[in-house]
Structure formats: C-alpha cells, structure tokens
Design a protein around this ligand. Structure first.
Ligand code: HEM
Ligand SMILES: *[C@@H]1O[C@H](CO)[C@@H](O)[C@H](O)[C@H]1NC(C)=O
Length: 323
C-alpha cells in the first residue's frame, strides 16, 4: 500500500515537471479557441460523424487512436500519414494494418461543407483520436488546435515507428526524440488495453523467437498455447488485451504482471527496471492511469516538427497536398 502511494506521488511530480518543461521550451501556437470564430461547430461535427461510424464498427476506435500515434510519430502531428501517393507513409510496411482513413475523409468532407478551407486534417485526426478514446471508455481531455498539414510524406520515415520487436532502449530513445519521456511511453502503451493486432506481427515471438525455433520464454505457457492456436495464419487477428479486450481499463498492465503481454515490447515494460515500477503503479491505480493517459495524449498530439522548413497548409482533401 505504501508503495502505491509513493508511486502515485512520483507520477504526480513527473507530470508537473513535464507540463512546466513544455511551457519554457517553445511558444505553443496551438490554442483551445483556434476555431471559435472560423468553425464553432467543429467538435460537434466530428463527434456526430465519428459516433455514426463507431455505431456500425466499434473496432474503428482503437484503429483511429493508432492512426493518430503513427501520424504524430513522423514529422509531428501533420496528417502526413493521410497523404495517399506512391511512396507516402501509409504505403510503408509499418503502416500496413493501419485503418480508419475513410472515417477521416468522411469527416473532412462534412467539415469542408460547414467551414471551407479552415480546418486542417491534422486537427481533425487529433480530435478524432480524443473522441475515439472517450467512445472506448477512456478519459476526456481538451484538444488545443491550430496544427498545419504537412506537404512531405515518405514511407522510409514511417518505417521508424516501433513494430513490437524493439529493445526497450530503442523505444525509450524513439519516444525521447519526440519529446516524450518514459512515463509517456508506459502510459500511452496502455492504449493496448483495447484493439487488436494482426498475427503476422507476432509469429516470430510464438514460433521462432530470435532464431531459436522456440517461442519467447517470457510468455505465460497457457497464453502461449492460446496464441499459437489463434495465430496459425498471419492474417488472423488477436486482441491486444486477452482478458478485457473492449474495456479501457488497467487490465493491460495486470496482464503484463502475468506474462500476458501480446508483443515483446509490451512484456518488456514489466521486465525492464526503467519501466516496471510504472506498470505496477498503473496496474493498481486506474484513476492515476486515466488521468496520466489524458495528459500524455495531449503531449503526443502537440508534437511538431521543428526541423521542417516547409510551411504547412490547410489541405482541402486529406489524401492530397493542395495543388
Ligand atoms: C510503445 C511503442 C508501441 C509499439 C511497439 C506498438 C506496437 C503495436 C503493434 C505491433 C500493434 C498491432 C499492429 C498489427 O499487427 O495490426 C499495435 C496496435 C495498436 N496500438 Fe500500438 N504500439 C506502440 C505505441 C502505441 C501508442 C503510443 C498508441 C496510442 C496512444 C498505440 C495504440 C495502439 C492501438 C489502439 C492498437 C490497436 C489498433 C487496432 O485495433 O486496429 N500504440 N501497436
Ligand atoms: C459497417 O462495418 C462493417 C465492418 O464491421 C463494414 O464491412 C461495412 O462496410 C460497414 N458499413 C457501413 C455502412 O459503413
């Protein structure tokens, strides 16, 4: 019990430091009232359209959260993942199982009708990821707006997004390169409390771990058995959280404590001493998890590419750069 309180405090302190840090680093051009004048109904349009899609297919909620993560992971949150041309990010191997593009296109069309040429695809995707989280039972947060859409999208840059077989040091460094810390890494991985994976991304782990022709020894034997039966074909799907696959809860972290992480990058969060204490803290404190998830999602959504000398634009169609 004492341990829990201590980690709760530790989380709180890390959050305070993270928020302060942002204030001093750059003038945040994103604001809550960015569209108050130019598109006051924006969030309502997005919310209604999205819920329409989710009513028919609720598996789109996790898919859209992931699409936002992959967008922000490459050149910041600039909708570069949505550009649909030869050699763009969405054609990369790492993007193969991404879904939800049609939802964004549909919402963009509705937004263009109400507020033409005002709202970026990057802002739409960010808002959709928030609403998808809420629809899945996760926390709400305020989304600051004012992102611009990028003009560059390269498949080879998308291949840097982690695929589930990286070392913890690589994951930490990847997140750090985006301005996200170890706490953000552990809490955002909690998104894997919902959604699914193609079996293709775990077959090595189940049948030939690191070339040993044996499974990863860090998987619970019963869970391994289940996965090997479920994943005979690479095209099959398996839930990321085997116990409560549709609930936005802390079961993901509890699973890690029982060697039931789906990808090795999930399981490593509990075997690596840099991240394990945070896994334990979240597993026992659902409120802390939900609060910190919201805080870290804002950070994820605020990632911008400082190296780009290109000016962004408001795309008219999320699939193409403006002519
Ligand atoms: C820490 C590094 C991460 C790794 C290595 C990772 C890896 C993966 C992998 C391998 C899949 C399954 C892909 C497939 O084969 O279909 C997946 C799915 C998913 N990821 Fe991650 N992920 C990471 C971080 C994140 C973050 C930060 C978020 C969002 C905040 C996220 C949200 C999701 C969701 C919701 C799904 C399910 C998608 C669906 O059901 O369609 N992931 N992730
Ligand atoms: C509803 O969702 C299913 C997949 O779950 C999809 O095949 C179908 O096209 C969707 N229908 C509409 C009207 O979007």
């Amino acid at each position: 019990m004492e341990r829990c309180i201590c980690y709760g405090l530790m989380l709180l302190m890390m959050t305070v430091v993270a928020v302060r840090g942002n204030e001093f680093e750059y003038d945040d051009p994103l604001t809550f009232n960015h569209y108050h004048g130019s598109c006051p109904q924006l969030e309502k349009i997005i919310h209604n359209k999205l819920n329409h899609w989710l009513k028919n297919d609720s598996t789109l909620a996790p898919a859209l959260m992931r699409l936002h993560f992959h967008d922000c992971s490459v050149r910041g949150c600039d909708a570069s993942i949505l550009l649909n041309h030869k050699g763009s990010e969405r054609t990369a191997k790492a993007s193969k199982s991404l879904r939800g593009y049609a939802v964004i296109d549909d919402i963009k069309a509705a937004v263009e009708k109400e507020c033409p040429k005002k709202v970026s695809c990057a802002d739409i995707l960010t808002s959709v990821a928030r609403d998808a989280t809420v629809a899945a039972g996760g926390p709400f947060w305020m989304v600051p707006y004012g992102r611009k859409d990028g003009r560059v999208s390269l498949a080879k840059e998308a291949e840097s997004v982690p695929m589930g077989h990286e070392r913890m040091t690589d994951l930490i460094e990847f997140f750090q390169s985006k301005g996200l810390n170890v706490l953000d890494l552990v809490v955002l991985s909690g998104a894997h409390t919902i959604g699914r994976s193609t079996c293709g991304s775990l077959q090595d782990r189940l049948f030939n771990y690191k070339g040993t022709r044996k499974p990863d020894p860090s998987i619970d034997p019963k869970y391994l058995n289940f996965l090997r039966r479920k994943c005979r074909w690479a095209s099959e799907y398996v839930n990321l959280d085997a116990v409560t696959p549709k609930a936005f809860d802390v079961q993901y972290y509890k699973n890690l404590q029982k060697k039931m992480g789906l990808h090795s990058t999930d399981q490593l969060l509990y075997s690596d001493s840099r991240t394990a204490p945070l896994v334990s803290a979240f597993a026992s404190q659902a409120g802390v998890f939900k609060h910190q998830f919201a805080v870290s999602m804002v950070k994820l959504g605020n990632i911008q590419d400082y190296n780009s000398d290109e000016d962004g634009e408001i795309r008219l169609n999320c699939n193409y750069v403006n002519a």
